[in-house]
Design a protein around this ligand. Structure first.
Ligand code: ADP
Ligand code: MG
Length: 461
């Protein structure tokens, strides 16, 4: 199988990763993407990378999230459960709504895509099931969700629902288009928790109730959530509808991740280029990080890229260590960039203080440093209470560690230590327009370096 996944011969399906409107894939009779002309830099580089790699034998895509492998080890139970819930559709009966939940990287999307592709293969001639896959992370508003669903059923440009209608009108347009197609519509809403966090659950209520309006079609909802407690926030009616069937995806352990990675490595790399210990190390790191197969695959992919950069003939466990450091840095930097403004200022104040001291700082000092920085930036400093909450937030994000220290006579305060490499995090924050006016323009080459595998060796982390 290959990426991007396609779900139906009848209905265009949204791309899982790239956002925007529905993408018609060639297997659906949509337009075939034009070949990249060899003169374009991207096409030229891709071609060079594909043919010259000593490590990769297949496409690099194989190690990406969007690739759906033909085998999903350790998900047999979940595959069977999803298939059992959806099976009535093969007989023309409407299945129950279904919710799949589990932490990120536990195979939810891959399982749903595999089962729906399997069903679709069996019903190629039957037009009574349509699958629509939407990643809610790519859809901004309830309007655009309904519009996207509706437009996957549009047969011509004139059928398409434009922007600017009322939500009610889009909803009835959607029902009209679904009825025109008829049969069972299985609507997969991936990352449904993000939709609800962003726009509330009204649109889910609308979708859960839409069968009252539909005449020729029946809608079945398959929600996928990375947030295990997602349904707690839902209106009781929506919750009971969506929860008709629930399937939990537990995290993978290290041995299960090894099986997943071995399959993928076999497909992606030339024989003999993956040293012993590489797969084991990627699996062990990812098992510690919530048993996330996505993280395990990202490590393997990055390790291969590190090996290529070294012009190495084989991928070694050392490349995995480098990959892990790189990946963690990227995650940390992304995390810093998305902090609220005062929290960023606070983090910068903490980094500055720890850099100078090379050991922990007490909360009182941190607050003073934050206040001075905020004033220099023309911001009204927040109260100590709010800053204390932000200290807890930074701690829960894993950026700092705060330990209670006793100061005699029952006085207690928190000592704060930085838990990320200062040398990477400070310049990243200094690039932020908010921090830039107080940041230092010069190179930070002389600053601390951290080895994530051996934090004790390199400074105050
Ligand atoms: N059991 C498995 N076997 C093979 N690959 C898997 C398995 N579980 C997850 N993956 C792969 O790991 C990556 C993340 O899986 P995904 O289904 O996107 O996780 P989730 O949707 O739970 O976040 C994908 O590349 C997927 O193909
Ligand atoms: Mg997913």
């Amino acid at each position: 199988m290959s990426a991007p996944p396609s779900l139906t011969a009848a209905v265009p399906v949204n791309d899982r990763t790239t956002g925007g409107g529905p993408v018609a894939t060639p297997s659906m009779g949509g337009p075939t993407p034009p070949p990249v002309p060899p003169t374009s830099a991207g096409g030229f580089l891709d071609a060079l990378l594909e043919t010259k790699s000593e490590l990769f034998r297949g496409k690099r895509e194989i190690l990406r999230d969007t690739y759906v492998p033909s085998r999903l080890p350790h998900r047999e139970q979940q595959i069977r459960a999803v298939a059992e819930v959806l099976a009535p559709a093969l007989r023309g009966d409407a299945p129950s709504n279904l919710l799949l939940y589990g932490k990120i990287g536990t195979g939810k999307t891959a399982v749903v895509l595999q089962v729906t592709q399997d069903i679709q293969r069996r019903t190629e001639l039957a037009s009574h099931i349509s699958f629509v896959y939407i990643n809610c992370g790519n859809v901004d508003t309830p309007y655009s969700l309904l519009q996207t669903i509706a437009n996957t059923f549009a047969k011509s440009e004139a059928d398409r629902i434009p922007t600017g209608w009322s939500v009610d009108r889009v909803q009835s347009g959607m029902c009209r288009l679904m009825d025109a197609k008829g049969g069972i519509v299985v609507l997969v809403l991936d990352e449904i928790d993000r939709l609800v966090a962003r726009s509330g659950d009204n649109v889910l209520y609308t979708l859960a109730e839409v069968n009252r309006t539909l005449e020729q079609a029946r809608l079945v909802l398959v929600g996928i959530s990375n947030d295990l407690k997602f349904t707690n926030h839902l209106d009781a009616r929506v919750r009971s509808r969506l929860n008709e069937e629930k399937i939990l995806f537990p995290p993978y352990d290290a041995l299960q991740l090894q099986d997943i990675l071995r399959d993928r490595a076999k497909e992606a790399f030339r024989e003999g280029v993956v040293d012993p210990g590489v797969v084991e190390r990627c699996a062990a790191y990812a098992a510690l990080e919530n048993g996330d197969a996505r993280r395990a695959l990202a490590l393997l992919r990055l390790a291969a890229e590190m090996a290529e950069r070294d012009r190495a003939k084989r991928i070694t466990p050392d490349h995995v260590v480098k990959a892990k450091n790189r990946l963690e840095q990227d995650i940390i930097l992304d995390c810093c960039r998305t902090l609220p403004p005062h929290c960023k200022v606070l983090l910068y104040a903490i980094l500055q203080a720890c850099e100078r001291r090379r050991n922990g700082v007490l909360t009182g000092e941190v607050y003073d440093a934050y206040r001075r920085l905020a004033e220099r930036l023309g911001l009204q400093p927040l109260h100590a209470r709010s800053i204390s909450n932000y200290v807890s937030e930074l701690e829960s994000l894993g950026l700092i560690r705060a330990t209670i220290v006793s100061r005699g006579r029952g006085g207690r305060t928190r000592e704060i230590l930085v838990d990320v490499p200062i040398s990477d995090t400070m310049p990243a924050l200094e690039e932020d327009p908010l921090i830039a006016p107080v940041g230092r323009p010069h190179s930070r080459g002389q600053l601390l370096l951290t080895n994530f595998d051996n934090p004790g060796r390199t400074g105050p982390f």
